[in-house]
Design a protein around this ligand. Structure first.
Ligand code: PRT
Ligand code: ZN
Length: 297
């Protein structure tokens, strides 16, 4: 008697491993972005890692400073970090998407009372920073020789305690500089949260990354666009359509009242007020503006 044996070969499905900041300015927005992209994680309270429920993805929580190296090594396939951290660590990873949140800049600042006539004033000075690589690169590029003094935190107090004449640090609202008696003299780089990826992802992981990016872009497009509905007098319809061209072209439907149409379209947040003013000039009435949840382009 022949015994038929069936072998089940278990092939583990690829999971995209995403590194996000464990706790800090990037954490909440990074998690929100995943959530809005339909990625729900199955342990609410943050642990070292969590698994997504429907999408094959796993999140590992790390200090932001460590994320570029983990992505370069392939321990994480992608990561969400500040562009400043990506530039400072100078790891061999690919920047694949700018996310538009956690915006800040990296600037040089000196005591408010000091005169400033240009970068040459920093020649031979001590500059305190947590970003020595970006700073040194900038100084070299501009032919300035200064002493870079590396501090891991509280950089803004360096001039007042006499360990540096200038600082190079993250600035957002500028209030930290002001409250430490400093003034911003040069903006060296602008930064926002970015997605970085390992350079040699296998095809399966690349496919998952493409799916994730598609979702992220849909969320981002939705957040920067609004759905607009208005009533337009028919004699100005062509001009109104020119002002709000929409994704393909606006939807135009006749109103019950003769001589009027209802126009539906999509409007970018950037041009929002200028367009609304123009529409009112053209006789549009009953303008409604509605947030969009997802935008599949
Ligand atoms: O613990 P871990 O190492 O993970 O976190 P971290 O303490 O190194 O970083 P975190 O959470 O403070 O910041 C994470 C990222 O957020 C940074 O790398 C930036 O990309 C971005 N970001 C955006 C900022 C700020 N805005 C910001 N304002 N990071 C820091 N600041 C600090 C800055 O260091 C300075 O002390 O806020 C102060 C300046 O703010 P203003 O508003 O007073 O100008
Ligand atoms: Zn950090």
């Amino acid at each position: 008697m022949q015994i038929l044996q069936t072998f089940f070969i278990y092939v583990p499905m690829d999971k995209l491993r995403v590194a996000i900041q464990k706790s800090g300015r990037l954490s909440e927005k990074s998690l929100d972005l995943l959530k809005e992209s339909g990625i729900h994680l199955n342990n609410g309270s943050r642990k070292l890692k969590s698994l997504a429920q429907v999408f094959p993805l796993e999140v590992i929580y790390l200090r932001d400073d460590d994320i570029p190296q983990y992505v370069e090594d392939g321990v994480a396939h992608i990561g969400i970090v500040g562009e400043n951290e990506y530039a400072e660590k100078n790891c061999d990873v690919e920047l694949i998407e700018r996310l538009g949140f956690s915006r800040c800049r990296l600037s040089l600042a000196i005591p408010k009372s000091e005169p400033y006539n240009g970068l040459q004033d920093l020649e031979g000075k001590r500059i305190a920073t947590s970003y020595p690589v970006i700073l040194q690169h900038y100084l070299d590029e501009h032919g300035i020789r200064a002493e870079v003094h590396v501090l891991s935190g509280s950089v803004e107090i360096a001039p007042s305690i006499g360990i540096a004449e200038a600082i190079f640090d993250i600035v957002s609202s500028g209030s930290t500089l002001i409250s430490n008696g400093l003034k911003e003299v040069e903006t060296v780089m602008h930064s926002e949260a970015v997605v970085i990826a390992h350079r040699n992802l296998e095809p399966g992981l690349k496919g998952l990354l493409a799916d994730l990016l598609f979702r992220i872009r849909s969320v981002q497009a939705a957040s920067t666009n609004r759905y607009i509905l208005l009533n337009a007098p028919n004699e100005r319809l062509e001009e109104i359509i020119e002002v709000i061209p929409g994704m393909k072209s606006p939807t135009v439907m006749p109103l019950a009242e003769k001589g009027w149409s209802s126009v539906h379209s999509v409007l970018s947040e950037k041009e929002f007020w200028a367009v609304i003013d123009r529409l009112r000039e053209l006789g549009a009435q009953g303008i409604l503006v509605i947030p969009i949840e997802k935008m599949i382009i």
